[in-house]
Design a protein around this ligand. Structure first.
Ligand SMILES: C[S@@+](CC[C@H](N)C(=O)[O-])C[C@H]1O[C@@H](n2cnc3c(N)ncnc32)[C@H](O)[C@@H]1O
Length: 505
């Protein structure tokens, strides 16, 4: 984004910014996405043939500027590059900023035509309801559309958005994000063989609300771009599906296996690919996670250890996700925040619970979710109490050693890789692994029992680094796979961030 764009964005009333999803894109991100959008069109661009690139919610025009530079770099004259650009936005003032930016660009590039003769097109328009420039014939749509749920609102403007979205999707949009609706619309606006790269909330990859959008554009999905960091101040993790509208022959000959959104997301996030053949964890244990209502029940029964009566055996330690590290319990060394209250040593007064939840008092493993790698600890005497959403792994037998073996299987790097691949893009942020009890029951176990036991002994002896090596071998991977998996796990573990000293949910 340029200074002009930034100044304009910050001058807007925050309410208006929220309503119209105004979060302008950093220039380096626009460059990267334009590069991906142009990849399939290098030859046309180099040939000098007519070419059109549109950002239908262009704001101050950062994608148009990035496209102009990319076209010049590919051999077009500056005048010709400007002739390829189409921009639209609902905000006429933003378009004036975009116009000023393009005039400045033309000047810097020595384009001598007067303002009126410059060949780019900028339109004021509503991308949900109005025709787009060169609608249906565009070569490329690239941009960062507004995010948000304004489709669920009730003002006159929202009503027209709701109607426009329903027309685009061919059914009521429900909770579908505006950005998703515009992704579907963008695919409609390009010609067969045309490309779309449109920033989306990361949730489009896995959420139930994103399913309609995924269905409607899946045939065109080529890859997914996922950035490392938070790019926009909207505090939302983003991605950008890279779409190319199939041509008639491609649609007919479409017999190849289309990779799923999850597979492409895993690739974009650099999660190694491997095959695991072991029996599922459910052959040795069941997994369960508490429900939301249980969280509040338990929170109300949580007290500080040392308070009246709380030394008794009936007061198990309360364990939040933040109190679990790989094979290491942090209870008592780190404070925990539970329903707004900070506890140094939280314990549960079981007598105060509305239901007994006896299950929790069995020996088990406790597994955190939304962490960078799988983090789990063993509860040998059943005196740890999982706070929602911690998952409990309950072995089928009390046989000594089973708990240690299960812990070892979970701490093993291939388990984290497997989980990250299963649910790629569905966690709150790209760096987190989302786990559910049902999914964990499917986790393949190690195949080499001897190495599995050895790794489990090393883990019990506190030798985490040695144990993860042994356990990676226990999963029966090739040498090469082992190296890649270990590297991935080590990098992810190092970047495990614990901000502050309090561990909440
Ligand atoms: C996330 S900003 C991105 C702007 C620009 N593409 C960029 O990346 O810097 C979204 C833009 O969409 C515009 N907008 C919101 N609703 C719109 C609509 N229905 N039709 C066209 N533009 C819209 C806003 O005015 C804003 O400029």
């Amino acid at each position: 984004m340029s200074d002009l764009g930034r100044d304009y964005e910050t001058s807007l009333d925050p309410k208006r910014r929220r309503r119209d999803g105004v979060h302008y894109t950093p220039r380096d991100v626009a460059d990267e996405l334009v590069e991906r959008a142009f990849a399939a069109h290098r030859r046309t661009i180099a040939s000098g043939a007519p070419f059109s690139v549109c950002d239908p919610t262009c704001g101050a025009g950062v994608f148009l500027l990035a496209a102009a530079d990319a076209l010049v770099a590919a051999g077009r004259t500056p005048f010709d590059a400007l002739a390829c650009l189409r921009g639209m936005d609902i905000d006429p003032d933003a378009l004036e900023v975009a116009r000023a930016e393009l005039l400045g660009w033309a000047h810097v590039h020595g384009v001598e035509a007067g303002e009126q003769e410059l060949p780019f097109d900028l339109f004021v328009g509503d991308a949900l309801n109005d025709a787009w420039p060169e609608d249906g014939r565009l070569d490329v749509v690239v941009g960062n559309p507004p995010f948000g749920g304004q489709l669920a609102g009730a003002t006159v403007r929202d009503e027209s958005a709701v109607a426009g979205a329903a027309r685009i999707l061919g059914r009521p949009a429900g909770y579908t994000d505006t950005a998703g609706v515009l992704l579907v619309r963008a695919l409609d606006a390009v010609r067969a063989g045309g490309s779309v790269v449109f920033v989306q909330p990361l949730s489009v990859l896995g959420s139930r609300d994103g399913a309609m959008v995924r269905d409607l554009v899946s045939d065109a999905l080529e890859s997914i771009w996922i950035p490392d960091d938070q790019l926009f101040d909207a505090a939302v993790s983003v991605c950008a599906p890279v779409l190319r509208k199939p041509t008639a022959t491609e649609s007919v000959a479409d017999s190849q296996v289309i990779p799923t959104w999850t597979e492409l997301a895993a690739e974009a996030m650099g999660v190694p690919s491997m095959r695991l053949n072991g029996a599922p964890l459910s052959s040795l244990a069941d997994c369960t996670a508490g429900f939301r209502h249980e969280f509040y029940d338990v929170a109300a029964a949580t007290v500080e250890r040392g308070s009246a009566g709380s030394e008794s055996a009936d007061f198990p330690k309360l364990i939040t996700v933040g109190l679990i590290d790989p094979a290491k319990l942090l209870w008592g060394t780190r404070a925990a925040r539970i329903a707004g209250t900070t506890f140094a040593e939280p314990v549960v007064d079981v007598a105060k619970l509305s239901k007994p939840f006896e299950l929790r008092k069995r020996p088990k493993l406790l597994v955190a979710t939304q962490t960078r790698v799988i983090e789990a600890v063993a509860d040998y005497d059943g005196m740890l109490w999982p706070s929602v959403p911690v998952i409990s792994v309950l072995p089928h037998t009390d046989e000594a050693g089973t708990l240690d073996l299960l812990l070892a299987a979970l701490i093993a790097p291939p388990a984290s890789v497997w989980a990250a691949r299963q649910a790629a893009g569905t966690a709150r942020s790209p760096g987190a692994v989302r786990l559910s009890a049902t999914q964990l029951e499917q986790l393949p176990l190690p195949t080499d029992r001897e190495l599995w036991i050895k790794g489990s002994d090393q883990l019990r002896a506190g030798q985490l680094t040695t144990a993860v090596r042994t356990l990676t071998s226990a999963y029966g991977l090739s040498e090469n796979e082992q190296t890649v998996v270990l590297e991935w796990w080590t990098l992810r573990s190092k970047r495990r961030k614990r901000q502050g000293k309090t561990a909440g949910l």
